[in-house]
Design a protein around this ligand. Structure first.
Ligand SMILES: [Zn+2]
Length: 476
């Protein structure tokens, strides 16, 4: 029997507000433990939460970008559970009325576009952090993270392979980065992802028992964890076993998932309306205002890059995948109009530099005009493409302009035909055998002679002029 996986994803996104979701405590990362926790964070008697306007705006912005309907009545609920990192014994979240619902994200799957439905987007607060790896028989708790605003984005079970899940996450992250509402860094935990996975015989519409998978802290982890879990379930049901509904943890080191606890149901959390936050009606004016701040999103930008700059699917896809790269590309094209050349340099030498230095495009210190300046020097014959690669590295290291480096290091290529003639003459005299080979019809001898002239010129002779002079001299 053939089985197919059914996967739904829950993404928790930390919103990049300056203060927490329901109090004025700073969200700055890396401060002394418990230095950013007030009575509201700690749930002390009499402390009253207040909704952070910026967090609310960010939530609406994401909802609009994901094509969601937006709730008129904004209401918060208490999700009750007891845990040392949750001093109030409840989390402020949203239960029956999430801020947004019924959205979608498009992905490419097997060469066709597939719509992944977003079931709900809701705003909630983060819990604190327990620190177990300490000496002695103690664990510590840091409440600095308590109350940091999170957006939970939940899909319908529309994903049918680990690869589709990976693509969904990639596209979602790209959209969220364009919106500039979060640093979206899975390694740093500002974007977290849990998955619900079940398998069913192909062609059957009923869902199998689902397993919740947690602890995947990179996109690669998500794909690997899902791949393992899907095969585990298919193997089990094929052998006639029953899948138990539970939460499992992905162990990236061992490459396996292991049971953590049996899955709780919604009623275990005894949700009820948060009495300290009065429900309110969003008039629509704010939504209209936020609509105007939504930038061109990745999919639209990709279409435009193809139409406006003639980029291929692949090139446009790479250019738009990171908003800052896309901005950089467009800024370069403004001062140097060969879009394909710019894209090639970004995908090649520039991305190699980003990888080597482990920085984003903004951290490279190479302004768009810098790259355009370099490309113009290739076009006007001042330097060869090969020399330009070295100049680029130098530009990144010294922050100097291309022309300055070329001048300082005397890298300009020799185009003066008089000087090139001298070099060609010397080579022709020295390589008599290759000259006669060429004259006897051996074409490759010509390439060899060009190479010898370039060697003589230390790579700085203009190849077009060398070709021309050599041909003339050999013909004579
Ligand atoms: Zn606080």
């Amino acid at each position: 029997m053939q089985y197919e996986p059914v996967i739904g994803l829950e993404v928790h996104l930390q919103l990049a507000t300056k203060t927490k979701a329901f109090c004025g405590c700073s969200t700055e990362f890396g401060k002394r433990p418990n230095s950013q926790a007030c009575p509201v964070c700690l749930g002390l008697p009499g402390a009253l939460p207040k909704l952070n306007r910026e967090a609310f705006r960010y939530a609406i912005k994401v909802a609009l970008a994901l094509d969601c309907g937006i709730q008129k009545l904004i209401k918060f609920d208490r999700k009750n559970y007891y845990y040392p990192d949750l001093p109030k014994n409840f989390q402020i979240s949203q239960y029956d009325k999430p801020i947004a619902y019924n959205g979608s994200v498009m992905i490419a799957s097997g060469g066709i576009a597939k719509k992944i439905r977003v079931k709900r987007v809701h705003l909630e607060e983060d819990a604190g952090k327990l620190i177990h790896d300490t000496p002695g028989d103690y664990s510590f708790v840091d409440y600095n993270r308590t109350g940091i605003p999170l957006l939970e984005i939940v899909t319908e079970p529309d994903l049918n392979s680990p690869d589709e899940a990976y693509r969904y996450l990639t596209n979602l992250k790209s959209i969220l980065q364009y919106l500039d509402v979060s640093s979206c860094d899975m390694e740093k935990g500002t974007l977290r992802c849990d998955a619900n996975i079940s398998v069913r015989p192909k062609g059957v519409s009923a869902l199998g028992a689902k397993v919740e998978l947690k602890n995947m802290n990179s996109f690669k982890n998500v794909r690997d964890g899902l791949e393992y879990e899907v095969s585990r379930q298919i193997e089990a049901v094929s052998a006639g076993e029953k899948i138990s509904q539970e939460t499992r943890l992905w162990d990236a080191e061992k490459g396996v998932t292991a049971p953590m606890r049996s899955k709780e149901e919604a009623h275990d959390y005894r949700y009820f309306p948060e009495p300290d936050l009065v429900p309110f009606v969003e008039s629509g004016a704010l939504v209209d205002e936020i609509k105007k701040t939504i930038p061109e999103l990745p999919e639209a930008r990709m279409r435009r890059f193809k139409a406006e700059y003639g980029l291929s699917d692949y090139d446009a896809g790479v250019m738009i995948s990171d908003k800052l790269i896309a901005d950089y590309f467009e800024a370069c094209v403004k001062s140097y109009n060969k879009a394909k050349t710019v894209a090639n340099w970004i995908m090649g030498d520039i991305m190699a530099q980003l990888k080597e230095r482990d920085v984003g495009i903004a951290g490279l210190g190479l302004p768009p005009e810098g790259l355009s300046g370099l490309l113009k020097l290739i076009d006007d014959g001042t330097i060869s493409g090969k020399i330009a690669k070295g100049v680029l590295v130098e530009m990144v290291e010294t922050k100097k302009a291309a022309a300055e480096i070329v001048k300082e290091k005397s890298l300009a290529q020799v185009s003066d035909s008089g000087r090139i003639e001298e070099m060609v003459k010397a080579v022709v005299e020295k390589e008599a055998k290759s000259v006669s080979d060429y004259r006897n019809g051996k074409a490759s001898a010509f390439t060899f002679l060009v190479g010898q002239v370039m060697k003589e010129a230390k790579g700085k002779a203009n190849p077009a002029v060398v070709n021309q002079v050599l041909k003339k001299m050999l013909g004579a």
